[in-house]
Design a protein around this ligand. Structure first.
Ligand SMILES: [Zn+2]
Length: 148
C-alpha cells in the first residue's frame, strides 16, 4: 500500500482539510482511494475504485513517489506473461500480445509497477525507477481493466 497526504479546501466549511490518497491490493486486484477529512466541520468523504486511479490521484502519487517502469527480462516466458496479463488485468489476448512488444511494458506509480512485476514473477519482469518517460502513453495496458 502506498499513500500520500495533502491539504485541500473543505467544500463544506471552506477551511483546510486533509486528503489521503492510496493504492493497494484487494483479492488480487489493484484498488485505489481518496479520503477527505475535515477536522473543522468533521466532514468525511471517501472515493474509491478498482484498477488504475483517476489522473488527479495518480499524478500526486507519481509526484511524491516517482515514476516507475516494468521491464520484461530477456528470457521471459511469453506464455506466463500473457496468461498473467489476461487473468490479472482482465485484458484480451490480442492486447496482451501487443503489450509485451513494448519496452517498458508498463509505466506508472511505484505501487502499480511493483504490483504488476510481482504478478508477472521474478524470472519474467523487474521494476526500475524511471525518468523522462510519458507514463500516460503506457497506461493503455489498463484501459479496459474495470476502471471505475
Ligand atoms: Zn470542513
Amino acid at each position: 500500500m502506498s499513500d500520500c497526504l495533502l491539504n485541500s479546501v473543505c467544500s463544506f466549511c471552506g477551511k483546510t482539510e486533509t486528503i489521503t490518497l492510496y493504492e493497494s491490493e484487494q483479492k488480487g486486484q489493484l484498488i485505489w482511494g481518496a479520503t477527505y477529512n475535515c477536522p473543522h466541520c468533521l466532514n468525511i468523504q471517501e472515493v474509491d475504485g478498482f484498477g488504475i486511479p483517476p489522473d488527479y490521484i495518480r499524478d500526486y502519487l507519481i509526484e511524491k513517489f516517482g515514476l516507475w517502469q516494468v521491464i520484461l527480462k530477456p528470457h521471459y516466458s511469453k506464455k506466463e506473461v500473457v496468461s498473467t496479463l489476461m487473468k490479472g488485468l482482465n485484458l484480451d489476448f490480442k492486447l496482451c500480445l501487443d503489450s509485451i512488444k513494448n519496452t517498458p511494458i508498463f509505466v506508472g506509480t511505484e505501487f502499480e509497477a511493483t504490483w504488476l512485476s510481482k504478478k508477472l514473477g521474478g524470472n519474467n519482469a523487474k521494476v526500475e525507477a524511471s525518468c523522462n518517460v510519458n507514463y500516460k502513453k503506457y497506461s493503455f495496458i489498463f484501459s479496459n481493466y474495470s476502471r471505475s
